[in-house]
Design a protein around this ligand. Sequence first.
Ligand code: TPP
Length: 673
Amino acid sequence: MSASESPPATAPALPAPRDQHLRRMANTIRALSMDAVEAAKSGHPGMPMGMADIATVLWGQFLKFDPADPTWPDRDRFILSNGHGSMLLYSLLHLTGYADMPMSELKTFRQLGSRCAGHPERGHAAGIEVTTGPLGQGIGNSVGMALAERLLAARFGQELVDHHTYVFCGDGCLMEGISQEAISFAGHLRLSKLILFWDDNHISIDGPTALSRNEDEVERFDASGWHTQRIDGHDTDAIADAIRKAQQSDRPSLIACRTIIAFGAPTKAGTAAAHGSPLGKDEIAGTRERLGWTAPPFVVPPDLIDAWRKVGERGKNTSAAWHERLRKADAEKRAAFEAILSGELPQSARDALAAITAKFIAEAPKTATRQASGSVLDALAPALPGLIGGSADLTPSNNTKAKSQTIVARGDFAGSYIHYGIREHGMAAAMNGMAAHGGIIPYGGTFLVFTDYCRPSIRLSAIMGLRVIYVMTHDSIGLGEDGPTHQPVEQLAALRAIPHLQVFRPADAVETAECWALALASGDKPSILALTRQPVAAQRRAAGENRSARGAYVLAEAEGARRVTLLATGSEIGIAMTAREQLATKGIAAAVVSMPCWALFEAQDEAYRRAVLGTAPRVAIEAAAGFGWDRYIGERGCFIGMHGFGASAPIEALYPHFGITAEAVVEAAQALI
Ligand SMILES: Cc1ncc(C[n+]2csc(CCOP(=O)(O)OP(=O)(O)O)c2C)c(N)n1
């Protein structure tokens, strides 16, 4: 039935429950969800009401968690990929006794300042493992979570690391392309402790899913090497049985749960009308009657509160036993485990970064910044446990694999380098999952232009404040012959527009090492390292502080009073320095400002920013779109860069062709002063 068709006059009888008590527990979730959505006058009641039985069985009998110890490292992870059904998660957190989730929060669902945001937001309350809402992302995150569990188990043993990752998803998550990347990768690695529940309710917003999909989802998972089951998602025995079987499988598991959206609603159940709007007063009254629910809104009968609180206490002993095992673990192992989970950079990593920076200063290599990044990783990887690298099939181009790193493979998770395959979006979402899991510092590479293929996950790294490091090479037309499809033009501007994301474009090997150090030190932010394919000259010759830390700095001051300031990043610093020399021969004193990270520069005090930028006219040089540079060059300034897409040719031809040359800079500077 489509949303526009009218529902049947008399509602079909509700399927009889297997277990009356479990049905009543599930009805608690249904009532809280429909009442909270009604109070907020917006939200999605259908999914929580449809998945309530599954959630009751999973949380009631299987999920390993302890609301009194919500960050217990070996807890099972629960991810709501169909995040629009957020009231399901909020209800569960409240009912099982998370201190963060009193009833007052549920009553303010979707209101400013409430922990119960429209979609679950990591950091709003314990128990919300990741921010979900953009469909499919949660599945991608869950693959990273399950992978993090395997990686840490391989390092510390199953007495410390042995948990499941459970994911709820809907039709929308499975229709999204990212799901295929995630599913195929999880199947490839046989992440057997990943269990995915698909809310197979045949409904999305526009109506029945048959409007737009006909493939057999279960066969898709079969083909990807998953263990699969189909069950009635309202049959609590079948749900429990399926979870047991999934836990025993040596593969990731899909449990396709046939459900009725808005189960219990007299006229809207099974229809798209229940997906994303309040049910309305009459429908809610009818639902209460059919479910036998007599309690007023936001009131849970005492016997059910007791039952749910007992669920919340189920994990207490398991958590205590785990802490005891950690306490008794070998001192060295325990220290290493605690250190890796703390997320702090160990002294060994700081020393490695200092040593490679000093080496670059001493040797002043002319090298591509992607190669310098590779050398940083060679130094860092042995010194930083928890650093897990990878690339979306561009390892030799991205220089992402350190010499000491071995490969993560099915059945062998001792390595620290991941071949993600050509799955940029899946890689980025998995890295978010790993970072959110804890104990892992993920970095992964592709070409800068393909940040567009994983931008939704990069945005979520930033929203969640996760330390994910994107190693994005081939950062301009400087990559040459591959042409405009591969030459990023607008990507730097687009990435700089994402709040809370650090976009670094280092100018030489020293700045590359500095930017790596800054990215690693930023425990609550993601970073992009935009790196060159082509060699660039060494610019920084003197040892000292990490100058990139201020985002921009005067690399070469004008000799005499500044008459022009040249602003540049990355490979274009070389052009700026040549232009500075040429200007000097004409008696024009120019300063060159290197701006490896705009966001960090913006965070400096005004006096510093003014001093760096100066009052002389400015020319900005970047082999990319000029969007955004206006704020630094002002109305009087000039931008030397790209004004359209690139072209396929050797680098030597491209820079002159597009007018990105020292001569053009000199000319622009002369015109300005
Ligand atoms: C990437 C993305 N596209 C679109 C949306 C908007 N949206 C939210 S829910 C939804 C339909 C999802 O259908 P389904 O997963 O079947 O959810 P159900 O109707 O069962 O609750 C859409 C299109 C979104 N949240 N994310």
